[in-house]
Ligand binder design. Structure first.
Ligand SMILES: Cc1cc2nc3c(=O)[nH]c(=O)nc-3n(C[C@H](O)[C@H](O)[C@H](O)COP(=O)(O)OP(=O)(O)OC[C@H]3O[C@@H](n4cnc5c(N)ncnc54)[C@H](O)[C@@H]3O)c2cc1C
Length: 471
């Protein structure tokens, strides 16, 4: 990660008391009661070891924490839900935001004001009460703010409406000087541009306002097939995506789940192929569209049906409990019959791969070249698919095993893009060299220039770091 630009001093008990007097939430030093719960992350492969933790309850707590970090020359990290902790927080100040959980819906303007600790589940449920829906990501426990700052790839509406970051109206953020700023097109436009795509590099976001869509139902669910049918199912999926309309999102996953009781019986200790479908059109049209997938092989379980939008979390849920795992991400230019053959050879029923999940998500539509979305730091992608691998490792071994799963990318090299995407950067991408691949050159240079204005000492560096620079 980026070099520490200033020496840091571990806070003492007296420092802790002085900070605790200024914040409403808990201030913890290592070993204090509640420390482990506060430093918790979903991915148990990562073991955060900050020098001090502040459990923020609102913007004033965040300001006090950032000012304290500045005075003590500590770097600052943020954890909301712990879904993206690829970069270990070591020796700095950690701000946790889960207590900041307010949502305010404006049904007339069709917007939501979302505080920093709000989960996708909470926002979806509160918006649904007004017949509205956000551009939700896959896992209900995902943090809306962290997801949106990295672009926000919606598994229900991304191809139809673009990135979640394209639909943000305003962001409240505490910058490295401890000031609370309101960033929008009208005020602090450079900061507003950078925050939407440049992620946690520019400050601690306390709340954001985003657009909602009048969507209340989906034709959605999963088709599970035996791993023996990997080749026929993947080829059918390849043909299916070539003609898919923009209001249909889908992905295909090869699942090799461990043989343990916490895994559903259907998936336990074997290879299963899971096609995930989410369609905004009618159930009749949806049935016609996915008929070739249903005909590809006998489904072992078919849950694709008309559903309320609030079922979004059943499409591609991810782990509910902490699982130590290492992810790798890559962008696939296209999926051809030859790509499918290469996948089947590398990860199909005859492969000995140790990778537990291979998820291929269909991009395109409003997410890629034709994108008409916001003026922000999310660059248009020249890739039709996102590839995610996940390998279960021993607890706390995230750093050591950070390359797990990379071997699977080698046979796919002819179809892989060099470019990356901010929300899908792995622990193995946590160098300045690799992080910059998430941005086109002019975007990266502008991000560095905004960083040097708002965080010249790189206080926010426990992330895929964008170092300050001239631009
Ligand atoms: C199971 C799973 C499913 C996922 N599905 C999707 C998906 O469908 N679409 C998608 O686009 N991404 C997805 N992701 C990636 C996810 O969006 C990113 O990892 C995101 O950063 C998670 O944010 P968080 O707040 O939930 O996690 P955290 O680990 O709490 O935060 C991750 C990072 O986000 C930044 N951050 C969080 N809160 C703030 C804040 N208030 N101010 C400044 N920076 C902040 C920080 O850099 C922090 O290190 C998924 C990840 C997982 C593990």
């Amino acid at each position: 990660m980026a070099e520490e630009s200033r020496a840091s001093v571990a806070p003492s008990r007296r420092d802790q008391e002085a900070l605790a007097a200024r914040v409403a939430g808990p201030v913890l030093l290592p070993g204090d009661d509640g420390w482990a719960e506060e430093a918790w992350t979903l991915n148990a492969a990562v073991d955060h070891r900050p020098a001090v933790i502040v459990g923020a309850t609102g913007p004033a707590d965040v300001q006090a924490a950032v000012r304290f970090a500045r005075a003590h020359e500590l770097a600052v990290g943020v954890v909301a839900t712990g879904h993206g902790p690829a970069v270990t927080i070591s020796g700095g100040l950690l701000i946790t935001t889960r207590r900041m959980s307010g949502v305010a819906i404006d049904p007339v303007a069709r917007t939501a004001r979302v505080e920093a600790g709000v989960s996708m589940r909470q926002l979806v449920d509160e918006a649904a009460a007004f017949g509205l829906a956000p551009l939700a990501g896959s896992a209900p426990s995902l943090g809306v703010v962290g997801y949106t700052l990295g672009g926000g790839l919606s598994v229900t509406m991304g191809r139809a409406f673009g990135w979640a970051a394209d639909h943000v109206r305003r962001i409240d953020v505490v910058t490295a000087d401890g000031e609370l700023r309101q960033a929008s097109e009208a005020t602090e436009p450079d900061l507003f541009w950078a925050l939407r795509g440049g992620k946690g590099n520019f400050g601690v976001v306390t709340a954001l306002e985003c657009a909602l869509f009048p969507v209340t139902r989906l034709y959605a669910g999963n088709l599970f097939f035996s791993g023996r049918d990997t080749a026929s199912v993947m080829h059918a999926y390849q043909r299916f995506t070539a003609g898919a309309p923009q209001d249909l999102m889908s992905s295909i996953a090869l699942l090799r789940m461990p043989d343990v009781p916490s895994v559903p019986e259907l998936l336990r200790g074997r290879l299963t192929v899971d096609i995930r479908i989410s369609y905004l059109g009618s159930a009749d049209d949806g049935r016609k569209l996915i008929a070739p997938l249903r005909a590809a092989a006998p489904a072992e379980l078919d849950t694709v049906t008309e559903r309320p939008f609030t079922d979004f979390g059943q499409i591609a849920p991810g782990p509910a409990e902490p699982v130590p795992s290492v992810e790798q991400f890559a962008l696939l230019r296209e999926l051809t019959p030859q790509t499918v053959d290469a996948f089947v050879a590398a990860a199909g029923p005859d492969s000995a791969t140790a990778v537990n999940v291979i998820d291929i998500r269909h991009l395109g539509g409003a997410l890629t070249k034709q994108r008409t979305g916001g003026n922000n730091a999310v660059d248009p992608l020249d890739a039709q698919f996102l590839l995610i691998t996940s390998t279960i490792v021993a607890k706390g071994q995230g750093e050591e095993r950070k390359d797990a799963g990379l071997e699977l990318l080698d046979p796919l090299a002819p179809w892989l893009r060099e470019a990356k995407h901010a929300n899908f950067l792995a622990a193995s991408d946590a160098t300045a060299q690799r992080t910059r691949k998430a941005f086109r050159a002019p975007t990266y240079e502008r991000l560095r220039s905004v960083k040097s204005r708002f965080d010249p000492h790189n206080a926010f560096r426990f992330n895929h770091n964008i170092p300050p620079g001239q631009g």
